[in-house]
Design a protein around this ligand. Structure first.
Ligand code: AMP
Length: 191
């Protein structure tokens, strides 16, 4: 299975690149943020809890996310592979992902870390907030999310670097150039 993690701060282009990657390789896109937004829209029990955290720019508690993810993988066991977008976001989530995939006789093959300067992230997120009205794309919540990213998510780079799975990509280049960088690595690993 071709399992990939797309990693980076809010606004670094994870969603955009994920969509291109799934088209090219026929993978299943798992965006925990998108799934949570659907749960909120449908006013499910999980959605109601998630909304509290998301609107504050905080992470939703690990166990809720891990259970949600295991559930999704169980519903689509025959995928060619998964692209994890916005997950894992903490060391506990990364450890849980390792276990969940090992139980299914598979693993993560590559983690692409998209790096973008903070003022550019802010610019992109504010623009997105104007376009699609996401409840967490306002200046105050964006600053909180960037701080949470630095504190809780960035340490994951070291986690995957130690495993030899981290590939750094400059996320401020054009969408096409970033995509080319990513596919170059995937094709090299797979073929
Ligand atoms: P995203 O669309 O990936 O930027 O996620 C939007 C929000 O959903 C985040 O700011 C978190 O509040 C929540 N969220 C998404 N994925 C996760 C995750 N893996 N762990 C905890 N919270 C998450």
């Amino acid at each position: 299975m071709l399992n990939i993690v797309i990693f980076g701060a809010p606004g670094s282009g994870k969603g955009t690149q994920s969509k291109l990657i799934i088209e090219k390789y026929g993978l299943l896109h798992i965006s925990t943020g998108e799934i949570l937004r659907k749960e909120i829209e449908n006013q499910t029990a999980l959605g109601l809890i998630a909304e509290e955290y998301i609107s504050q720019g905080q992470l939703v508690p690990d166990q809720l996310i891990i259970d949600m993810l295991a559930d999704i993988l169980d519903k689509s066991p025959h995928s060619k592979g998964y692209i994890f977008d916005g997950f894992p976001r903490t060391i506990s989530q990364a450890q849980a992902l390792d276990v969940i995939l090992r139980e299914r006789n598979t693993s993560v093959i590559a983690v692409f870390s998209l790096s973008v300067e903070e003022d550019e992230l802010m610019r992109r997120l504010l623009q997105r907030g104007e376009l699609d009205g996401r409840l967490d794309d306002n200046p105050e919540t964006i600053l909180k999310r960037l701080a949470v990213y630095k504190e809780q998510t960035e340490p994951l780079k070291e986690y995957y670097k130690k495993k030899g799975k981290l590939f750094k990509v400059k996320g401020n280049e054009s969408i096409e150039d970033v995509f080319e960088g990513i596919t170059g690595v995937i094709d090299h690993l797979v073929y």
